[in-house]
Design a binder for this molecule. Structure first.
Ligand SMILES: Cc1ncc(C[n+]2csc(CCOP(=O)(O)OP(=O)(O)O)c2C)c(N)n1
Ligand SMILES: [Mg+2]
Length: 332
């Protein structure tokens, strides 16, 4: 199963789904642009990794899930819960380390989770949550539910042992997991092709006897189609699928300033990818298909901007965690 779709096809798109796709991509984009600004002005502490440019891969996949399904993420962490429908206020508060954050301010940007939308966690350990996703799939099986776990990871994780162990076990036990590689071409400053003899990540699925699909990660509908098929397969007990969404990050690996970056990509390359911006592509398609008007889309953008501003106010009004709270969330 290798999806060949490369650009919005002629399928009719329900206005409700179109709104959700655009609204969630805009939430990620505007939330993270605000985070970048807060970091640049040193208003928000710590390091963070932004998904700007990768919104279609995240949202297309998340919208193929049911509300009670699970997801696991990566260090590039905010887009996943937002894609699954998380409220922005508690998420922003978490980035500020406040007690009204999704993890009471103890997870921060890189280690947040939002159980209210099935987000089991994000992690600074590359590939670290892949076995957790397999465990979530096993848990669903043992509890007799038909829930599915969507497992996000980057191209940098695919040459780690944990990738092999996770895909192998999920396939052997036919667990309800969808492996979604956000292939943005780089692991920090290293191009994927310089660490892999074969750049075809989706093709690795054959080694685990599971279907693999390579999709245009800038096309939210193409991602959605591929992941919807994978979710249906997982839910019906047929086991996992590996989906590779080819995408790009516009920003640097992380936002913490003061670091001299090696030269590892051309400005021209970034400009070329911006030509295929996932939000702009989708807005053009919605307008041409007359699914949403330009005025409706502009209004949506305004509403999301207000939501982001409100999330910052919510975060800044939050209390700092009290030191004794450190032990509240510790087992044993
Ligand atoms: C196990 C492990 N090895 C190395 C690192 C250092 N590291 C942090 S992010 C990163 C690159 C990850 O690349 P990718 O998986 O493609 O995700 P992206 O940053 O592109 O979203 C590396 C090597 C780490 N955090 N964990
Ligand atoms: Mg990468």
């Amino acid at each position: 199963m290798t999806s060949g779709r490369s650009g919005g096809g002629g399928n009719a798109l329900a206005p409700e789904l179109a709104r959700a796709m655009l609204g969630r991509m805009l939430r990620i984009r505007l939330f993270e642009e605000a985070v970048a600004d807060l970091k640049a002005r040193a208003v928000m502490p710590g390091a963070t990794h932004l998904s700007i440019g990768q919104e279609a891969a995240i949202v297309g996949a998340c919208l193929a899930l049911r509300d009670d399904d699970y997801l696991t993420g990566t260090h590039r962490s905010h887009g996943h819960p937002i894609g699954k429908g998380a409220r922005l206020g508690p998420l922003m508060a978490e980035l500020f380390g406040k007690a009204n954050g999704v993890c009471k301010g103890m997870g921060g940007s890189m280690h947040l989770a939002d159980f209210s939308v099935g987000s089991l966690g994000e992690s600074g350990i590359v590939g670290g949550l892949m076995p957790i996703a397999v465990g979530a799939g096993l848990s669903a099986r043992m509890r007799g539910t038909d829930q599915v776990c969507l497992c996000f990871f980057g191209d940098g994780a695919v040459n780690e042992g944990v990738f092999h162990e996770s895909l192998n076990l999920a396939a052997t036990w036919k667990l309800p997991v969808v492996f979604l590689c956000e292939n943005n071409g780089y692991a920090m400053f290293t191009r994927h092709g310089s660490t892999s003899a074969d750049g075809d990540i989706a093709g690795r699925a054959a080694g685990y006897a599971m279907p693999g699909a390579k999709v245009d990660g800038q096309d939210v509908e193409a991602v959605h189609d591929a992941v919807r098929e994978a979710v249906a397969r997982a839910r019906s007990g047929k086991g996992p699928t590996l989906v590779e969404a080819v995408t790009y990050r516009y920003c640097e690996h992380s936002e913490f300033g003061g670091m001299t970056l090696p030269t590892y990509r051309d400005a021209r390359e970034i400009e070329d990818w911006r030509e295929r911006d996932p939000i702009a592509l989708f807005e053009t398609r919605l307008a041409s298909m007359q699914v949403l008007s330009n005025a409706e889309m502009a209004a949506m953008r305004g509403e999301v901007a207000e939501e982001v501003a409100a999330s910052i106010a919510f975060a800044q009004a939050g209390e700092d965690p009290v030191p004794s709270a450190l032990f509240d969330c510790v087992y044993g």
